[in-house]
Design a protein around this ligand. Structure first.
Ligand SMILES: O=C(O)C(=O)C[C@]1(C(=O)O)C=C[C@@H](O)C=C1
Length: 355
C-alpha cells in the first residue's frame, strides 16, 4: 500500500471515530426529546424539513444536495426510532415507487406496512394499524391519481408531508429469457408514461395493466414471454435483467406523494396548504370563491377538480396554496373563503418537499 493511500485511510478512520461519537451524541439528544414529547407525536415533519434545509444551505460539497439529504434522513430515521418505531403504510408489494417514496421521506422504514390498494393504505392509518400513510397523488405526465383524491374527500387524516420522487422506468425481463416478447406488464400509469417508447420499440405487443409495478415485475419473473415496466429496485427484488433504462417519455417524469397521519404538521417556514372546496354550480362561482386568496396575497400553486359524485357535472375542487393555515395572511384568506364556499376542508398544511 502506498504511503499516500495509507495516510488517507488513517485519516478516514480517525474521522469515522469522531462521526460515530457525534452521531451517538445526537441520538442521545433525540431520545431525550422523545421523553419530553410524552404521548405527543414523535414524527415532526416540519422539524425534519428545517434540519435538511439548514444543512443544504451550509453544504459546500463535494457531497451533492441529494447525498446530504439522503444521509441526514437516514440519521434522523435512526434517531427517531430510538424515540419510537413508526409504522408506515404504502401501496405494496415491496419494490413499488410508493415504497421508494416512503423510504425517501422517512429515511428508511422500521416497520413497513405494504398494502394491496390505496383504499387499504388509508384504512390502515384510520384504524390505528399504522402511524403514517404514503400515497401517490399526481404524476407530471399522467396527471392526478383519482382514487387518492376521492379518498381525501372523506378521510379524517391530515396531510402532513409531500414527497417528490423522480420516476425512471426500466424494461425488465426474466434472467436468460430470450424468446419472443408477447406481453408487457405494468401499472396503467406507467404504461401511459412510456407510451411513445413502447410504440417505437415494442409496437403491437399486448400491454397488460397490473395493480402495481412490483406486481408486474413479479409476473414477468414467472413468464418467459413477458417483460415488465418497473423501477430498478423491483429488478433487484425479483432478480430480473434490465433490458432498457429511462424509458419514460418525459425525462423529467416526477410523481408527487402525500404523507398522511393523525397529527397536523406545525409551520416550518416553507409550507403548502391543500384545500378541498365546493361552490354553487353557477357561472363565475369558482373565480369568486378564490378572490380572497388574491386579496390577501396568498399564491395558489394548483387547482384541480373531481366529479363530486353528488350530481352530474357537479365538482369539488382541490386547491393548493403557499403557506401554512396558521400564517396570519393565509388564516385571514381562508376565513373569508370559508364564508363563500358550500364545502370547505383543510386537508393539511405541510412542509414543501425538500428535494
Ligand atoms: O426534534 C425532534 O423533535 C426530534 O425528535 C429529533 C428529530 C431528529 O433526529 O432531528 C427526530 C424526529 C423528529 O421527527 C424530528 C427531529
Amino acid at each position: 500500500m502506498s504511503d499516500i493511500l495509507k495516510g488517507c485511510r488513517d485519516q478516514i478512520d480517525a474521522i469515522d471515530e469522531q462521526l460515530l461519537e457525534l452521531i451517538n451524541a445526537r441520538a442521545a439528544l433525540a431520545r431525550e426529546i422523545g421523553e419530553l414529547k410524552g404521548e405527543g407525536p414523535i414524527y415532526r415533519p416540519e422539524r425534519e424539513a428545517q434540519v435538511l434545509r439548514r444543512l443544504l444551505e451550509k453544504n459546500t460539497g463535494p457531497l451533492s444536495a441529494e447525498a446530504v439529504t439522503a444521509i441526514f434522513r437516514s440519521v434522523m430515521s435512526n434517531c427517531r426510532a430510538l424515540e419510537r418505531e413508526l409504522s408506515v403504510a404504502f401501496l405494496g408489494p415491496q419494490g413499488t415507487y410508493s415504497e421508494e417514496a416512503a423510504i425517501k421521506q422517512f429515511g428508511g422504514l422500521n416497520n413497513p406496512k405494504p398494502c394491496m390498494s390505496i383504499d387499504e393504505v388509508f384504512r390502515m392509518v384510520e384504524s390505528g394499524n399504522a402511524d403514517y400513510a404514503v400515497v401517490p397523488v399526481e404524476n407530471s405526465t399522467e396527471g392526478a391519481v383519482g382514487r387518492t383524491l376521492d379518498l381525501l374527500t372523506t378521510t379524517s387524516l391530515h396531510i402532513c408531508g409531500e414527497v417528490a420522487l423522480p420516476i425512471h422506468h426500466c424494461l425488465l425481463r426474466r434472467r436468460h429469457a430470450d424468446g419472443e416478447i408477447r406481453r408487457i406488464y405494468s401499472h396503467a400509469q406507467s404504461l401511459g408514461q412510456c407510451h411513445e417508447w413502447l410504440n417505437l420499440n415494442l409496437g403491437g405487443v399486448e400491454r397488460v395493466s397490473t395493480g402495481s409495478n412490483a406486481q408486474a415485475a413479479e409476473l414477468a419473473a414467472q413468464d418467459a414471454f413477458a417483460v415488465a415496466i418497473a423501477g430498478r429496485r423491483a429488478a433487484d427484488i425479483f432478480g430480473l435483467d434490465i433490458l432498457a433504462e429511462n424509458i419514460e417519455d418525459d425525462p423529467k417524469n416526477v410523481t408527487r406523494f402525500l404523507v398522511l397521519g393523525k397529527h397536523e404538521a406545525a409551520p416550518s417556514g416553507q409550507d403548502k396548504t391543500s384545500l378541498l372546496l365546493a361552490t354553487k354550480n353557477v357561472p363565475g362561482a369558482i373565480v369568486g370563491l378564490l378572490t380572497p386568496l388574491a386579496e390577501h396575497g396568498v399564491d395558489m400553486t394548483e387547482l384541480g377538480s373531481r366529479p363530486s359524485k353528488l350530481g352530474i357535472w357537479d365538482y369539488v375542487f382541490f386547491v393548493d396554496i403557499k403557506g401554512h393555515y396558521q400564517d396570519p395572511a393565509v388564516a385571514r384568506a381562508l376565513h373569508e373563503l370559508e364564508q363563500r364556499a358550500s364545502m370547505f376542508k383543510i386537508l393539511g398544511s405541510y412542509p414543501v418537499a425538500v428535494i
